[in-house]
Design a protein around this ligand. Structure first.
Ligand code: AMP
Ligand code: MG
Length: 375
């Protein structure tokens, strides 16, 4: 009997072959010499972290199975979590998988950019990349350093986020070093990434296309081009997961995070009460906050401000960095409410990442909402 290779809680498959070898990690400037060095390392089967517009990726030659296995070892990533392959332009998709009218439509409109398309794969793509699936995720990144690296390397680059498995995705070279120094060959330092959350993943190997992960490109923009609604995968934490690598709890800070979900007013009200209660109980409290809530949060709490509720783009650039900072601050509890409208645009990706990070989600009851509305 064949059992589908799906990762569930407590079931983690590791590559038995993928032993970690310690490496000296070079920090490379993102200039012509640094990019040439990085490209040579990749062609030789090495591991290089590089900036994309979403987050830093940990790259390896996508057609070199041994190099790809080294990614899993360096990250301690389960082997059944497929990787996204990065290429320089949409015409390069054809060497990896099916380039049909729908990929031409979406690639033509949104590439280069924060969109990953899952398509039927060609035999050239090693099974290590796709975790044994018959489909492959492909993306054309827009970041000029990623573009230059792909063109210099002249090979497709498989690259998951350049963090240790279970840590927040890196948005600066320093975050990569914090997690992977001594485990990879080089980091290309391209400064802070501009989008800050991972790509939107759409499976176009089925009809209608499915949204596998909300991300840096608004699903509404994709739907407008397709002229049909995307089918959503099961939301995090509800029912069986239908897509590999989409654990309901993914990045979970060592310090337990409680997320307060619900409409902005009541959620803010509840957040302040939870902070006050935790402080009163003698706990060290961290708050991941939007600007609007600053004046309400007791000053005894450690604050990380991610931006204004209405400015999801700025919030996205700071979310993972704020999580890293709070987790490093030696606190007892972390608290947050949604940092943008969870129902629309980039807010959907932010809500998704916060729910995966949260140990506990408090859903504000309808009754509490009504009380708030009455004053
Ligand atoms: P990341 O760790 O941000 O690079 O995300 C990679 C994610 O892309 C995986 O965890 C999967 O959820 C998704 N993915 C990649 N390839 C496929 C595929 N062939 N089918 C479904 N999901 C995929
Ligand atoms: Mg990742």
């Amino acid at each position: 009997m064949t059992v589908p290779r799906r990762r569930g809680a407590g079931r983690v498959i590791m590559h038995s072959m993928a032993r970690l070898d310690r490496r000296h990690t070079r920090l490379l400037a993102a200039d012509a010499a640094g990019i040439a060095d990085a490209a040579a390392i990749l062609r030789d089967g090495g591991l290089v972290a590089f900036p994309t517009e979403t987050v830093y990726g940990l790259g390896a030659h996508a057609l070199d199975a041994q190099a790809v296995r080294a990614i899993f070892a360096a990250k301690q990533r389960p082997a059944d979590d497929p990787l996204i392959v990065h290429v320089a332009d949409s015409s390069a998709l054809a060497q990896l998988g099916l380039h049909d009218p729908i990929t031409q439509l979406l690639g033509g409109r949104f590439w280069p950019g924060p969109l990953t398309l899952v398509v039927r794969k060609r035999a050239t793509v090693p099974r290590e990349v796709t975790a044994g699936l018959e489909t492959v995720g492909v993306r054309v990144p827009a970041h000029p350093v990623a573009q230059a690296l792909l063109r210099a390397a002249q090979v497709p680059i498989a690259a998951p986020s350049a963090n240790l498995f279970g840590r927040p995705s890196p948005t600066r070279a320093q975050h990569v070093l914090d997690d992977l120094q001594g485990r990879i060959d080089a980091v290309l330092d391209g400064g802070q990434t501009s989008v800050g959350v991972e790509s939107t993943i759409v499976d176009v190997s089925c009809t209608p296309p499915r949204l596998l992960r909300p991300g840096g490109l608004a699903a509404e923009a994709i739907e407008a081009v397709l002229g049909v609604a995307l089918v959503s995968r099961t939301p995090a934490g509800e029912g069986p997961q239908t897509s590999p690598g989409q654990l309901p709890v993914h990045y979970s800070p060592r310090t337990p995070l409680t997320l307060i979900a619900g409409p902005p007013g009541p959620a803010r009200d509840r957040l302040v009460r939870e902070v006050e209660a935790s402080l009163a109980a003698g706990r060290r409290v961290g708050v991941l906050a939007v600007e609007e809530d600053l004046h309400l949060v007791p000053s005894a709490a450690r604050l990380e401000v991610v931006g204004a509720w209405a400015d999801a783009a700025t919030v996205a650039t700071r979310l993972f960095e704020a999580m890293r900072a709070l987790d490093a601050a030696n606190l007892d509890v972390l608290l947050a409410r949604d940092v943008a409208d969870p129902r629309a645009g980039l807010g959907r990706a932010l809500a998704d990442r916060l729910r995966r990070a949260a140990r506990t989600v408090i859903e504000i009851e309808q009754i509490e909402q009504e009380n708030f509305a009455r004053g």
